[in-house]
Write a protein that binds this ligand. Structure first.
Ligand SMILES: [Zn+2]
Length: 480
């Protein structure tokens, strides 16, 4: 049997998080919570005689997105009309960028694979263009409803090159696009709110062959998980056809998330002719050098650069990836470590294991963390300097999470201190030895693990305040 290689390309629409819609002053992104058809005006409703006017905010976000995607920003771009007839499109055409998009070719780097063996791969971006969104229609049993709040909202369509070779790579690509778009504030990318929509192209070809096979397009994907599942299904479906000597039909298929299958929607033979032509109501979009310089100057440090810095400072690729999974997490991490009194590894461990775990469990973002970065820094400084034990640190963490108190206040209130005084520790050690002759005998017979019982004894006597490091040293001295 021939071995086939999948060739996958993604078209992603992200809704830009600008204040207004693309060509009018209507508030953008009013979302599901607003009453239908309240953020509308004659422009986005397509009334005759009105003219679109480009809004700056959306262009700025499109350029920020383009810079994050390493795209060649085009100082001159143009708009076209894409025609089709449907109730969600009041003008009868959609204003989009066709042959001269604002963002030219670019690339991103994706990371995928198991935690201890992460792979990196460069994925090409063909281009990313601006366009207006259509309205949202919902179909009831005998009638349909249309909400125009979304009509005219700015979208950026990011078109990848067919560089992806597996469902896992496609998943990693989506994750990276989302991270970058959120990082630069271009889009919130909330898929449930339709702020990120994705169409997938997939074909198979015999391994080693350069020529692409016939592709199918998959639509109706509403989660990253759905994209992965649909691709796995589609690879199996196309492999079976090819192995049986058949040919894959070029068609659009819909993902059925209940049955976990793709189903044909319409074939390309009767695909719509959109009759693209240049938009006469909008002049070319020309970006001034000075404006572009200003947008570039306002760009934050991008995640790849932060990740590289964290790794150069000693963190693993995995840890650096988690700590840059969002700009807010990376800022938090840097705020905790900026004093230089907390090591990166300690901060990384506490943030990943304790903080992110609890935030996740309570469905909170790090911006809403009950423990702000400076508080966690104070706590970790006390642990690192040996003022309190790691175990006490965990107790303080839980307390300040609940009460919002300062770590110092909790430590004082509970009388927490770590005892490192050798005379006091020796006294406890001798008492523990006297109370547990069996452990002593075991230890002296060569069972080094038996010391655990003795240290446990000291912890009991000291109410958890003994410094375990110094304790170990004292026991070695006392028992030889
Ligand atoms: Zn409007």
């Amino acid at each position: 049997m021939t071995e086939f290689e999948p060739v996958i390309g993604l078209e992603i629409h992200v809704q830009l998080a600008s204040q207004t819609k693309l060509f009018c002053a209507c508030p953008n992104g009013v979302g599901e919570n607003s009453k239908p058809n309240t953020s509308v005006c004659p422009v986005c409703m397509g009334h005759p005689g009105v003219l679109p006017v480009m809004t700056e905010g959306a262009v700025r976000l499109a350029v920020r997105a383009g810079l994050a995607l390493n795209c060649a920003i085009q100082k001159h771009s143009t708009f076209s009309r894409k025609h089709y007839f449907y109730p969600d499109l009041p003008k009868g055409y959609q204003i989009t960028q066709y042959d001269e998009p604002i963002n030219g070719a670019g690339f991103i780097e994706i990371t995928y694979g198991p935690k201890d063996n992460l792979q990196k791969k460069k994925i090409g971006i063909h281009h990313a263009h601006l366009e207006e969104d259509a309205a949202k229609s919902s179909h009831e049993s005998t009638y349909s409803l249309v909400d125009y709040n979304r009509a005219g909202s700015p979208l950026l369509e990011i078109v990848s090159l067919p560089d992806l070779r597996s469902p896992d790579e496609a998943y990693a690509y989506l994750t990276e696009i989302k991270r970058l778009m959120r990082w630069v504030g271009a889009s919130n990318c909330d898929m449930e709110k339709g702020e990120l929509r994705v169409d997938v192209n997939i074909s198979l070809r015999p391994k080693g062959q350069e020529k692409f096979g016939t592709r199918a397009e998959i639509k109706n994907l509403n989660s990253f998980k759905g994209v992965r599942e649909a691709l796995i299904y589609e690879i199996a479906r196309q492999t079976k056809i090819l192995n049986e000597g058949g040919t894959v039909k070029q068609e659009t298929r819909l993902w059925d998330k209940e049955e976990l299958v793709t189903k044909p929607m319409r074939s390309k033979e009767d695909a719509l002719d959109y009759r693209y032509f240049p938009e006469p109501d909008l002049p070319p979009l020309v970006l001034k050098e000075s404006w572009l310089d200003e947008v570039k100057a306002q760009m934050p440090e991008l995640p790849a650069s932060k990740e590289a810095r964290f790794m150069a400072a000693g963190l693993s690729a995995y840890d650096a990836g988690v700590l840059t999974s969002s700009r807010e997490i990376s800022d938090y991490f840097e705020a905790v470590t900026q004093s230089g009194k907390v090591t990166l590894k300690t901060a990384s461990n506490w943030i990943q294991t304790d903080l992110l775990g609890l935030l996740h469990a309570e469905k909170k973002e790090i911006e809403d963390s009950p423990i702000p970065a400076d508080r966690l820094a104070q706590l970790l400084e006390m642990v690192e300097s040996g003022k309190i034990t790691r175990k006490q640190g965990r107790e303080v963490f839980e307390e300040i999470w609940k009460t919002g108190e300062s770590p110092a206040a909790v430590v004082e209130k509970r009388g927490m201190v770590q005892v490192s005084d050798e005379a006091q520790l020796e006294e406890w050690a001798k008492a523990a030895i006297a109370a547990n002759p069996k452990a002593v005998a075991d230890y002296q017979k060569g069972n080094k693990a038996a010391i655990g019982a003795l240290i446990g004894g000291v912890m009991k006597l000291s109410k958890g305040k003994a410094n375990p490091k110094v304790m170990g040293k004292i026991f070695t001295q006392l028992l030889g």
